[in-house]
Structure formats: structure tokens, C-alpha cells
Ligand binder design. Structure first.
Ligand SMILES: Cc1cc2nc3c(=O)[nH]c(=O)nc-3n(C[C@H](O)[C@H](O)[C@H](O)COP(=O)(O)O)c2cc1C
Length: 317
């Protein structure tokens, strides 16, 4: 998720769950072909399994970018066909690509020819007012013919004109049944469902119909929901870290990042901002957030702020 799931956020999430796949923010092919590759692709070894999401619509640029992704060690390349923002539409990629399944198939083929890791596609169930199931079925079918076997289905339409990206995540109705129908129609494909899913019980219900579930906002705002995934969905009963252990594990990481990158402008807040939801739902969560986002404490750039925030929370809670 743009501006959210950067490498610091992913490192933090990995302290909560060992097995859940993590996805980068969308990185455009322009940023990789003409920009600072290291800035966009650098990640922490511990983040695996981690997928690089690309935005673009030129098969050659996507092939170059996918190859870079593989060279940098990503485990999967995902193509964004779901983002409705005006900026992305101007670049003629994101959700508007759903109107051009053959082009997406060409893009997927070019990427698959360039890498040995999986190439997957994230998309909506339709664009604008087109509610016909046949539209998404043909989209998936055409791209599957180009060799893509995994589809992440954000189960609502994207409205390309008139709705902001935020509204496009809230207003078009969710239709999980469409993703289920895709799975029934293409049983050999891996269908991952996304959109509005929060609890582990909801995830378990979806898994009766599809192969996987992707969470966006809930994982960000309430990351400790992921703590039970390893045991419940990946069969790994190893003990999970408590919230305080997660904080303690982040301290040396934050210190090392500050030592390495403070001169280039990395601020404590660039990392801690992703952690504000760790205590969501607990008494004292507000006090935790307050200490964690206190400008004076942040300016001191001391990662022990994390423990101070947790201790303050115990007092408040
Ligand atoms: C701040 C923000 C940024 C997002 N950026 C991306 C992105 O870069 N690529 C993408 O495929 N989806 C992006 N999304 C959409 C989410 O991945 C997800 O599809 C959507 O929020 C619905 O799932 P949810 O209800 O679990 O959040 C973004 C969502 C948010 C809130």
C-alpha cells in the first residue's frame, strides 16, 4: 500500500507473523527504469516471503523491472491492475488496464519470460458501471492463457471517473461471490480474495471458497491481528511474540537504521509511524499512540521511546 507498506513497515509486520506474505507498495516501472533502483527495491532480508508490486503497462519496461525485482531477491512479482487513481490512469496502468486484457497478457508474458519467480496479478472485479461477471471472467481467462496462475481479486469495481482512490475502496459494493465464482470456474488457478476483511474467523470462512486472503487496511491499523496467522493458517505452532517482545525486537533494528540513514534524512517517525496500531483494541492504546507520536520525544531519535510508550500504556490502562 502506497506510503504504508515500506520496508520498515514490513520489517515490523514480520516480527508479528513469520509466514504471511508481505507486499511492497506499488513501484512504477518509470521509477525503476529511470530512477533510483536501490531506494525503491532495498529491503530487509528478514522480510521474506515478500512480493514486489509493479505498476506499468509497457511489456519491455515491466520485464526489465521484474528482472530487477528478482535480482534484488523478491519472491514474487505482482502487477497492479486495481489502482484507480487519476495519476495512475494518466500513466495508463492500474485499474484501467482491466479494459485491455490482451495488453495485460502481453505484460505478464514478458515478465514471465524475464524471471523464474511467480508473476501474479491484482485486479478489481470490474471497472465503472460494468457489473457483468463475464468481464472479469474473460480478463482472468486471457491472462491465465499467458501463464499467470495467481490472481488477487479486490472484490469490488473501480470507478475510474468521479471517485477518489479512498472512495474507490469504500463505495463500490463488495461482491465476494464474484471471487468465489472465479475459483469455481478456474479451479486450477490460485484465487486470493481481498477487500474489507478483518478477523481471522472471516478469513477462515473465505478459505472455504478461495485459496488465500489478502488484508490491507486492517493489517496496517491493527497489525497484531496477524499474530495468530502462523498457527491458524500455516500450521506453525511456534510461540508468537507478545506485543512488548515485538517492540523490543524493533529497537535494535531502528537504531541500526538511524545509524545508517539518519544523515540521509531518516527520522525515527518514519519507522514508528507504522507501529501506532500495535496496541489497537487494548486499554491504554491511546496513551501508547500519544507517546509514540510525541514530537519532542521523536526529535530525540531514541528508539527506547517504544518501551516508554508501552510502560506509559500499562500505567494508563
Ligand atoms: C493507503 C493505501 C494505499 C494503497 N496502495 C495500494 C497499492 O500500492 N497497490 C495495491 O494493489 N493496492 C493498494 N491499496 C489497496 C489495498 O491493497 C486493498 O486492495 C484495499 O484497501 C482493499 O482491501 P482492505 O479492505 O483489506 O484494505 C492501498 C490502500 C490504501 C488504504
Amino acid at each position: 500500500m502506497m506510503d504504508w507498506t515500506d520496508r520498515h513497515c514490513r520489517k515490523f509486520h514480520r516480527e508479528i507473523t513469520r509466514h504471511t506474505w508481505l507486499y511492497t507498495e506499488m513501484v512504477t516501472t518509470g521509477a525503476l527504469v529511470y530512477g533510483d533502483v536501490e531506494r525503491h527495491l532495498r529491503f530487509n532480508e528478514e522480510e521474506h516471503p515478500v512480493a514486489l508490486q509493479l505498476g506499468g503497462s509497457d511489456p519491455a519496461d515491466l520485464a526489465t523491472s521484474a528482472k530487477l525485482g528478482q535480482q534484488w531477491g523478491y519472491d514474487e512479482i505482482n502487477l497492479n491492475c486495481g489502482c484507480p487513481s487519476e495519476r495512475v490512469q494518466k500513466g495508463a496502468f492500474g485499474a484501467c488496464l482491466m479494459a485491455e486484457p490482451q495488453l495485460v497478457a502481453d505484460c505478464v508474458k514478458a515478465m514471465r519470460d524475464a524471471v523464474t519467480i511467480d508473476v501474479t496479478v491484482k485486479h478489481r472485479i470490474g471497472i465503472d458501471r460494468n457489473e457483468e461477471y463475464g468481464f472479469v471472467r474473460d480478463f482472468v481467462g486471457t491472462i491465465a492463457d499467458a501463464g499467470c496462475t495467481t490472481f488477487i481479486v479486490h472484490a469490488r469495481n473501480a470507478i475510474l471517473k468521479g471517485l477518489s482512490p479512498k472512495e474507490n475502496r469504500e463505495i463500490p459494493p463488495l461482491k465476494y461471490e464474484v471471487a468465489y465464482q472465479l475459483k469455481r470456474e478456474f479451479p486450477d488457478l490460485e484465487i486470493i480474495i481481498n477487500g474489507g476483511i478483518k478477523s481471522s474467523d472471516e478469513i477462515a470462512l473465505h478459505l472455504e471458497h478461495v485459496d488465500g486472503v489478502m488484508l490491507g487496511r486492517e493489517a496496517y491499523h491493527n497489525p497484531y491481528v496477524m499474530a495468530e496467522y502462523d498457527a491458524r493458517f500455516y500450521g506453525d505452532a511456534a510461540p508468537v511474540k507478545t506485543r512488548e517482545e515485538v517492540l523490543a525486537a524493533m529497537i535494535p533494528y531502528i537504531q541500526a537504521q538511524l545509524d545508517l540513514h539518519a544523515a540521509r534524512g531518516l527520522k525515527l517517525n518514519s519507522i514508528t509511524r507504522h507501529m501506532l496500531g500495535l496496541m489497537a483494541g487494548l486499554g491504554g492504546a491511546r496513551s501508547f499512540r500519544q507517546v509514540m507520536s510525541d514530537p519532542k520525544r521523536l526529535a530525540a531519535a531514541d528508539p527506547h521511546l517504544l518501551l516508554e510508550a508501552a510502560a506509559g500504556m500499562r500505567r494508563a490502562g
